[in-house]
Design a binder for this molecule. Structure first.
Ligand code: NAP
Length: 282
């Protein structure tokens, strides 16, 4: 049986550390504060905002919640970003993405002050991830994969890692974070040939595809660590990952569950970035 890499204990450990750091900031007169910006009522956005809020409240981070109607104009959304930039009491901003309008999303990302960019919306933060300069914060989900590997003592140095997905939210940034830790990374996507073979030959497999149970038994081999980033609904309306857990779990060394794996750590990483931002400004 594979070791199940549960996110909850990793998130709990981070939460404990952050609660102490938050208390120290408050004792010095600074209340770490996160602004959340949601446009419309998409269930995924509401769930992410709610999870982030609960985590922050537990740690002691204050919240400023902004919810705009689905039909908000570009100007209305950008004005809210301006208000967040100008409000010195706010240390970080989480905007639920993607927005329906790509142009508005791009403009909002470009407008946000880099020092409040706790989920890697701006090009400057992304550049920091790609150069390894330490400027800005990586996307929370990408960093959550690294936190999980660290928590379970899985060293990636010298290992072959196959990452499936090349989005700027997960696939590409997590590949850069892994490479900074001396992993040898193969980034795969929808045009990759021989995908099952590349995956089977990896020591660590990271699935960030967005297709329910796509990774079956033919993609894995004995001794592998499998990190499932996917959050999908199957045909029965059940939350599942990109990995067919029942088929893959008996074959590999370790695997993250969905739900309760990477997703559980993501909000703790968001809180970590808010605390770091408040510390940088103290
Ligand atoms: P995305 O932007 O849609 O990117 C998906 C990637 O998968 C693309 O690079 C795409 O390749 C690749 N892909 C699609 N079909 C493929 C196939 N048949 N074979 C190989 N590659 C394929 O998605 P995302 O935003 O990165 O999110 C990925 C997953 O993570 C989703 O399930 C999402 O819900 C989940 N997610 C989880 C968290 C969390 O906290 N756990 C947070 C955010 C997102 P191309 O580039 O060639 O199209």
């Amino acid at each position: 049986m594979a070791e199940v890499l549960k996110g909850v204990p990793a998130a709990a450990k981070l939460t404990e550390e952050l609660t102490a750091r938050c208390a120290a900031l408050k004792a010095g007169g600074i209340t770490p504060t996160l602004a959340t910006l949601r446009v419309g009522e998409k269930s995924g956005d509401v769930a992410y905002e709610s999870g982030a809020s609960k985590r922050c409240e537990k740690i002691g981070i204050a919240l400023k919640k902004i919810v705009l109607p689905e039909n908000s104009t570009k100007d209305e959304i950008l004005n809210r970003i301006r208000m967040i930039n100008e409000d010195d009491s706010i240390h970080g901003c989480l905007m639920c993405r993607p927005l329906d309008d790509k142009d508005t999303e791009r403009s909002a990302c470009e407008l946000l002050s880099p020092e409040k960019d706790v989920d890697c919306m701006t090009d400057l933060s992304l550049a920091g991830v790609f150069t390894g300069s330490g400027t800005g914060y990586p996307p929370c989900t990408s960093q959550a994969c690294i936190e999980l590997l660290d928590y379970y003592g899985i060293d990636v140095a010298g290992k072959n890692v196959a990452v499936i997905g090349r989005s700027l939210v997960i696939g590409r940034p997590v590949s850069m974070l892994l490479m900074q830790r001396n992993a040898t990374v193969t980034i795969c996507h929808s045009m990759t040939k021989n995908l099952p073979e590349i995956c089977r030959n990896a020591d660590i497999l990271i699935a960030a595809i967005g297709r329910a149970k796509f990774i079956g038994a033919d993609f894995v081999s004995a001794g592998q660590v499998v990190i499932d980033v996917g959050i999908n609904m199957d045909n029965d309306g059940k939350l599942v990952g990109d990995v067919d857990y029942e088929a893959v779990e008996p074959l590999v060394r370790a695997i993250t569950p969905v739900p309760g794996g990477v997703g559980a750590v993501t909000t703790a990483v968001l809180a970590k970035h808010v605390i770091e931002s408040a510390e940088r400004n103290s």
